[in-house]
Design a protein around this ligand. Structure first.
Ligand SMILES: Nc1ncnc2c1ncn2[C@@H]1O[C@H](COP(=O)(O)OP(=O)(O)O)[C@@H](O)[C@H]1O
Ligand code: SF4
Ligand SMILES: [Mg+2]
Length: 344
């Protein structure tokens, strides 16, 4: 892994652009006062991102598997219940105000619904302009020309011109255009990482690929890394370098996208792949790839989270949660691979 360490006047300044999640878990309280219980929405996640080499990392999995919660933890919207989130050797919960501000500039969200990004009562350009004044890298705060240049540069990056956007309110744009504008907004603070949570699911089907291609361009041309959250494995395969598949709060398989999607090892990943290969929607296997219904008790059961849907399940699967085994170039959380481990 590439670590950059600069020394100025003998003082070490770390510029590693590294984000690490160490055993990260998030518990939500649910239920009323009398029947209070917990959902472990994210459980023991370990991930490392080196933004010195730009990447697209997909987080996939069915609804309720914890993808958005994981995104919110990285974005600092939610706090981890246990574990550590480390950016450039510092736990984000222990950062000084300025350090945390710097971290939050480096990780920017792109949400599912672009209409929620913008204030409906303000023109989009004035919103972008304010973002540039507040968060853009402006040497003299408030300098109008610089803010305008930042807005223009980032509109350019998403394929829109100042003239197309000037004077218009959010409702005057299509969903696809507005998602581009929300990506432009996210780029203004010059982030290292964009976290895009289902960014094309509300965009017209005919425009989805253009947004997906835009993410590719942002990585290739501007060195921005992307965590792309989706349950659409086809676009995931098309743009990603790496993928992690989540199930009930846990990552059950992760690695190089080619390995994981073309030769999945975990029975759940195999099922996901199989379900996208079924050509006729009404002939897709119902029940097995179903959207899970999340009874809290079921969510928190011990053992492998796939037990009740797995045709290979044995007693141990109901009792114990499998650890991550490193097999054939990826990690997989399944007892079937015990004893088949190789070195990373
Ligand atoms: N604020 C919350 N309070 C209680 N439970 C939540 C909250 N947010 C998410 N959950 C629960 O956590 C689990 C994971 O949700 P989420 O992260 O939204 O999954 P995904 O994005 O994969 O659909 C679900 O069971 C969901 O109901
Ligand atoms: S651990 Fe057991 S239940 Fe879980 S996926 Fe593997 S074989 Fe199936
Ligand atoms: Mg979600």
């Amino acid at each position: 892994m590439l670590l950059l360490v600069f020394c100025i006047g003998g003082e070490k300044i770390y510029n590693m652009n590294e984000l690490k999640l160490i055993n990260v878990s998030k518990l939500y309280k649910v239920g009323s006062y009398l029947s209070r219980t917990y959902v472990e929405a994210v459980k023991n996640i370990n991930l490392e991102f080196d933004m010195n080499t730009p990447f697209i990392f997909t987080l996939a999995g069915e609804s309720g598997s914890g993808k958005s919660t994981l995104a919110k933890l990285v974005l600092g919207i939610e706090k981890v219940t246990s574990g550590e989130l480390i950016f450039n050797s510092k736990n984000i919960d222990n950062m000084e105000k300025q350090e945390r501000k710097n971290y939050l500039k480096n990780v920017q969200p792109v949400f599912q619904n672009p209409f929620e990004t913008f204030n409906p009562l303000r023109t989009v350009i004035s919103y972008l302009y304010t973002t540039a004044i507040k968060c853009g890298n402006i040497s003299t705060p408030g300098k109008k020309e610089e803010a305008q240049a930042i807005v223009q540069t980032n509109l350019d990056r998403v394929g829109l011109s100042y003239q197309e956007v000037e004077g218009k309110y959010p409702h005057e744009f299509s969903g696809g255009q507005l998602q581009r504008l929300s990506i432009a907004r996210a780029l203004i603070p010059s982030p290292k990482l964009l976290i895009a949570d289902e960014p094309v699911s509300m965009v017209d089907a005919s425009l989805r690929m253009s947004i997906v291609n835009l993410f590719k361009d942002l990585k290739d041309k501007y060195g921005v890394s992307i965590i792309y959250i989706t349950h659409d494995l086809a676009t995931a395969y098309y743009i990603s370098d790496y993928i992690a598949i989540m199930l009930r709060g846990q990552i059950i398989e992760r690695g190089d996208v080619e390995n994981v999607l073309m030769r999945p090892l975990h029975p759940y990943s195999q099922l996901l792949k199989e379900s996208i290969l079924q050509p006729v929607p009404n002939k897709r296997r119902k029940g097995r790839a179903r959207k899970a219904s999340f009874e809290v008790e079921e969510f928190n059961l011990p053992g492998c989270k796939f037990t009740e849907r797995c045709s290979f399940a044995e007693d141990i699967c109901r009792r114990e949660n499998p650890k991550e085994y490193y097999v054939e170039g990826r990690t997989v959380r399944c007892f079937l691979y015990e004893g088949e481990e190789s070195s990373p």
